[in-house]
Design a protein around this ligand. Structure first.
Ligand code: GLY
Ligand code: MN
Ligand code: MN
Length: 430
C-alpha cells in the first residue's frame, strides 16, 4: 500500500450509516470494478468502485460486499467476498489479500471466497424482501457501450430473483459521501498538499520551448514520489491557445515564449482526489494582457469562493459566479455593458468566454457524487474554478482551489499553492 492504512473505523462507521438508511429486511450488494482490458493481454489498470471502497476500504478486484442488517443469523449481517489466490496468481501478479488482511482493512468479521457468493446469498435471499444494488448512474458517450460488473450483477440478480424489490444503493451513498468525515478530510488534505508541492516544482523548471509533457512529467515525478497513487485525472498542461480547449490533455505542444500555461491537475492519494488549476507565464513574467485576464479570474475566485458556506444552494452560487465573471468580461472589453443589459437571459453573453460550471464536490471521485439540490453543509469539500477563455488572443485562464465548508465559512485546502501574480513570478525567477 502506498498510503498509511486507513483506520477501519472509517469503513465500519460508513457501513453503519449506510445500513441505518436501508429499508427493513433488504440486502445490499456492492461489487468491485473490472480490471479493464485494452488490447491482447494488456490491461489499463484497476480503479476500485468507489461505493465499495467507501463501505469496505478494499482496493482489490473481484470483491463483493453484502450487507443484510436485518439478517436473523448474526454472521449474515456483513459478509465480504474476495478473490481466492493460488500459485499461478501469486507467480504472475504477486500477493492478494488473505481473509485476515481483508478483515483487518475493512473491519468486516466474516470474509469468504468469491466463488461462495451465490450459494451464501441464496439462503439469505429466501428471507429478504429486496436488494439494494450498486450502479454508476452516469451515462456519458464514452461509457455507453461498456458493460460493468455492476451491470452484470444487476442482470444476474434480477434474473435469479425476479420477484424481490430492487432499490438503489447509490441513493444512499450519494447522500453519505457528500459529507466528509475527519478521516476523509485528512486524506483530501494530504492529496492537496502533494499537489501544492508538485506545482511549486513545476514553476521551477518551466522555461521557453519546454514541451507541455515535460511539465506533466515533472508533476508526475513529484506526486508519485510523494506517495500518490496516480493523477486524479489526465492532467491538462495547455499552453497559449490550447488552454481554450477545456479538456485539452494531449500535452504535446511546445510552450512558446510569451504564452501563458494553464495546468489543471489532481492528485489521487489513498483513492481521495484533489483538483486544482493554476496559470503561469512560460517565461516567468506575465504580459500586461495576461495580467489583466488573470487578475479578473482571481477576483472572481476570491469573491465567488466566499459563497461556499453552509446554506447556500449550488444554483445560486453558480449564478452569482456568472455575474462576477460577466462584470470582469465588461472590464476586459470583451463584452459591452449595453449589450449585456439587453441580452436574452436564456443565452447570456458571458457563455462565449466562460462556458463551464464553477463548483463540484471532490472526494473518492474527482467530480464527486452528491446531490446538487442539497444546500452546502459543513463537511462538504468543493472546488471553485472560474475561468475566462479568449481563443482570439491565445489566452485561457482558469484558477481552481479546493474548499472545505465549515460552520464558520470555508477553509481553502490549497491556500499554499502560489496564486498571486507576484508569488508565481517570484517562484519562477528565484
Ligand atoms: N479537471 C476537471 C475539473 O476541473 O473539473
Ligand atoms: Mn474541477
Ligand atoms: Mn480541475
Amino acid at each position: 500500500m502506498r498510503y498509511n492504512q486507513i483506520s477501519n473505523t472509517l469503513f465500519i462507521t460508513n457501513r453503519s450509516n449506510f445500513c441505518s438508511k436501508m429499508i427493513v429486511n433488504t440486502i445490499a450488494i456492492l461489487t468491485s470494478n473490472d480490471v479493464k482490458h485494452n488490447n491482447a493481454d494488456d490491461v489499463m489498470g484497476f480503479s476500485q468502485n468507489n461505493d465499495l471502497f467507501y463501505l469496505s476500504g478494499i482496493d482489490q478486484e473481484e470483491s463483493i460486499l453484502v450487507l443484510y442488517p436485518g439478517a436473523y443469523k448474526k454472521e449474515n449481517r456483513e459478509i465480504l467476498f474476495i478473490k481466492e489466490t493460488n500459485a499461478h496468481i501469486k507467480i504472475w501478479d504477486g500477493e492478494k489479500l488473505t481473509k485476515a488482511q481483508a478483515s483487518e482493512i475493512s473491519g468486516v468479521k466474516r470474509v469468504e471466497w468469491i466463488q461462495d457468493f451465490e450459494m451464501t446469498l441464496q439462503y439469505m435471499a429466501f428471507e429478504a424482501d429486496g436488494f439494494y444494488l450498486g450502479h454508476n448512474e452516469y451515462l456519458k458517450r464514452a461509457t455507453k457501450d461498456q458493460q460493468t460488473r455492476q451491470d452484470r450483477m444487476i442482470s444476474w440478480c434480477k434474473e435469479k430473483y425476479p420477484l424481490h424489490q430492487y432499490l438503489r444503493a447509490a441513493k444512499i451513498t450519494r447522500e453519505l459521501r457528500q459529507i466528509k468525515s475527519d478521516e476523509e478530510i485528512g486524506l483530501l488534505k494530504k492529496a492537496a498538499n502533494i499537489s501544492i508541492e508538485s506545482f511549486k516544482r513545476v514553476l521551477k523548471v518551466c522555461k521557453p520551448n519546454i514541451k507541455e509533457y515535460e511539465l506533466e512529467a515533472e508533476l508526475t515525478y513529484n506526486l508519485i514520489k510523494a506517495g500518490a497513487k496516480r493523477h486524479a485525472f489526465q492532467p491538462i498542461v495547455a499552453s497559449g491557445k490550447n488552454a481554450c480547449a477545456l479538456h485539452y490533455n494531449t500535452n504535446d505542444d511546445i510552450c512558446n515564449d510569451g504564452d501563458m500555461i494553464l495546468m489543471d491537475f489532481g492528485v489521487c492519494y489513498a483513492n481521495y482526489n484533489s483538483d486544482t488549476t493554476r496559470c503561469f507565464p512560460v517565461n516567468g513574467k506575465f504580459s500586461a494582457r495576461q495580467k489583466e485576464v488573470y487578475s479578473s479570474v482571481l477576483r472572481c475566485l476570491k469573491e465567488g469562493s466566499k459563497l461556499l458556506k453552509p446554506g447556500v444552494i449550488s444554483s445560486d452560487y453558480e449564478q452569482q459566479m456568472a455575474n462576477l465573471v460577466e462584470t470582469e468580461l465588461i472590464k476586459l472589453g470583451l463584452l459591452k455593458a449595453d449589450e449585456v443589459s439587453k441580452q436574452d437571459p436564456e443565452k447570456p453573453l458571458y457563455k462565449k468566454y466562460f462556458m463551464h460550471g464553477t463548483a463540484h464536490h471532490i472526494g473518492l471521485d474527482v467530480h464527486d457524487v452528491g446531490l446538487y439540490s442539497r444546500p452546502f453543509e459543513s463537511g462538504m469539500i468543493l472546488t471553485c474554478e472560474p475561468g475566462i477563455y479568449i481563443p482570439e488572443e491565445g489566452i485561457g485562464c482558469r484558477l481552481e482551489n479546493d474548499y472545505l465548508i465549515t460552520e464558520k465559512g470555508n477553509i481553502n485546502l490549497t491556500e499554499a499553492m502560489p496564486i498571486e501574480i507576484e508569488d508565481i513570478e517570484a517562484s519562477m525567477n528565484n
